[in-house]
Design a binder for this molecule. Structure first.
Ligand code: AKG
Ligand code: FE2
Length: 513
């Protein structure tokens, strides 16, 4: 028998989905709205332009610059993702979509034309997108008048496309003879290749020069930025580029952990920085504290001779903790935390790291001795792995997670001076960063990729008051239980392979002096 539902139940069921869905959309929109973007409007049209922000509630046009934009001129707008703009071709006294007269400052000609019935202005709209480095390119006139939003990817595509087009145009007078002999076809292909190489070489050379200079400036500025940011305790944490959630189920028992807020602070082809809220539980911090307490010793840094030394660059106490994986099934806090660190990394990259053979978890303590301390506990700017943009070497560090258990009352931020990211630690939160590009495996099994070129260089700012207790996991790619982290030398070469090579060399050279 069919159960008769009251009409209200029917409507509640029908409305529930759209209402909940709408609510989530609004939530997403509200988040996206706050993300700032600087955009550049470039007038490549033959007309004068006026740029208006379109108020989403009243639909009113709000003029952006006092003066119209001349052909060939550019101007910046500080805006937010999702904001809508109208670019209007200035034709004396034309009518805007909100019913008012458009076309910049009214001249005598405008005023005269006011008497006639005005025509609707030519306009083209754009919405500010997520991409960085957005340029609005305005071209055409009358019916062809349009504003196109280009991010850096679209601009590269256009620039490559126009080089290809002009090469094909230039060679159209001597087109490839598809029926011709192989020799003439090869000659044609060579001409195309030469033209493309010449056309793109200038652009690539220019980009390389820009990159070299930008890197030089970035490196020279880093110590000044670090001094300024670390020294200014009132400085807020940098705004994230984007915010997402991380939903994680524990693989050992399938328990769904509560979603964690992830702030994407920086992202490029070989470097990424995230801040994750509530990454560690108080019980996990407590477990780390108990195990590490009796093992604490003064932290050291790598020395030039391949060993380690004490240095004012790194003033802290530390203790390495081995994870007892056998205890994971019984809910061991340290094993659970360590698993979560590697699962986060593998969920947010294509690194596919092996959990075996990794470095021990490191508990690090910094102590504040007051604002007048001339040699406070700190970790001066450094990279955890290679950060010179060189090729990736198997067995080396590729990502780090710094987890905050206790935070100081003054000082102690984590600062990335070359990417301008300042992280104010919160109890339980974590900073994760990756310093290698996507990795490819070649047919011979070699894994190739490039390292970050300094954007993830970071420091632990001086701790002035209170204590800072962190848990750091440095993560390596290419280690396993057979070849753990300490089986690679500092050059990232497997010690086993070196020994084998030396052995076979010795055999080959036996009897030779
Ligand atoms: O103390 C910090 O905030 C940074 C720690 C760090 O750089 C590290 O453990 O490698
Ligand atoms: Fe570090």
């Amino acid at each position: 028998m069919r159960v008769q539902r009251p009409p209200t139940f029917f409507w509640t069921r029908r409305l529930a989905f759209p209402v909940v869905f709408g609510f989530f959309c609004l939530l997403l929109l509200a988040q996206a709205k706050d993300v700032k973007r600087k955009i550049r409007v470039r007038n490549s049209s033959p007309s004068l332009l006026t740029v208006y922000w379109v108020n989403p509630n009243t639909k009113e046009y709000i003029q952006q610059y006092e003066d119209d934009l001349f052909p060939g001129a550019s101007n910046n707008i500080n805006s937010f993702v999702t904001h809508e703009f109208a670019v209007v071709e200035v034709i004396n006294g034309c009518l805007l979509a909100d019913g008012r007269r458009g076309g910049g400052k009214l001249s005598a000609k405008h005023l005269k034309s006011k008497k006639k019935s005005p025509t609707l202005c030519n306009e083209s709209r754009f919405v500010v997108g997520e991409g960085d480095d957005q340029v609005i390119l305005v071209t055409g006139k009358g019916e062809d008048f349009k504003a196109v939003l280009l991010d850096s990817f679209a601009r590269s595509t256009i620039s490559i496309g126009s080089t290809v087009d002009s090469c094909l145009d230039a060679l159209s007078e001597s087109p490839a003879d598809t029926c011709g002999d192989q020799e003439s076809q090869v000659a044609y292909a060579d001409k195309v290749k030469e033209c493309l190489t010449n056309g793109l070489m200038g652009t690539l050379q220019g980009l390389n020069d820009d990159l070299r200079d930008e890197k030089k400036i970035r490196k020279a500025m880093a110590p000044l930025i670090e001094d300024y940011t670390c020294g200014n305790d009132n400085l807020n944490q940098t705004e994230p580029m984007k915010t997402t959630d991380w939903r994680y189920s524990r693989p050992s028992d399938g328990t769904k952990e509560k979603p964690r807020k992830v702030e994407i602070m920086f992202s490029n082809h070989a470097a990424e920085i995230h801040v994750i809220q509530d990454f560690i539980t108080p019980e996990e911090c407590q477990a780390i504290e108990e195990v590490s307490k009796p093992l604490m010793h003064r932290a050291s840094v790598a020395s030039e001779d391949g060993g380690s030394k004490f240095s004012p660059n790194r003033k802290a106490m530390q203790a390495g903790i081995k994870v007892d994986w056998a205890k994971e099934v019984n809910g061991d806090h340290i094993a659970r935390l360590s698993r979560r660190v590697f699962d986060y990394t593998n969920d947010h990259s294509d690194l596919n790291l092996n959990i075996d053979g990794q470095e021990d978890i490191m508990a690090i303590h910094y102590f504040g001795r007051g604002k007048n301390d001339t040699e406070p506990d700190r970790y001066m700017p450094h990279c955890d792995g290679d950060c010179e943009g060189d090729e990736f070497r198997t067995g080396t560090r590729v990502a780090t997670m710094v987890i905050y258990c206790t935070v100081p009352t003054a000082g102690g931020a984590t600062n990335f001076a070359q990417s301008n990211i300042h992280v104010k630690p919160k109890v339980g939160s974590a900073t994760w960063f990756k310093y290698v590009s996507s990795l490819d495996t070649l047919p011979n099994g070699d894994v190739v990729g490039v390292m970050d070129s300094g954007f993830t260089q970071h420091s632990g700012c001086p701790v002035l008051e209170g204590e800072k207790k962190i848990v750091t996991q440095w993560m390596r790619k290419g280690v396993s239980s057979d070849e753990p982290w300490n089986s690679f030398n500092t050059m990232g070469v497997s010690k086993k392979k070196v020994a084998k090579l030396l052995e076979s060399n010795d055999k080959e050279n036996e009897g030779w002096w």
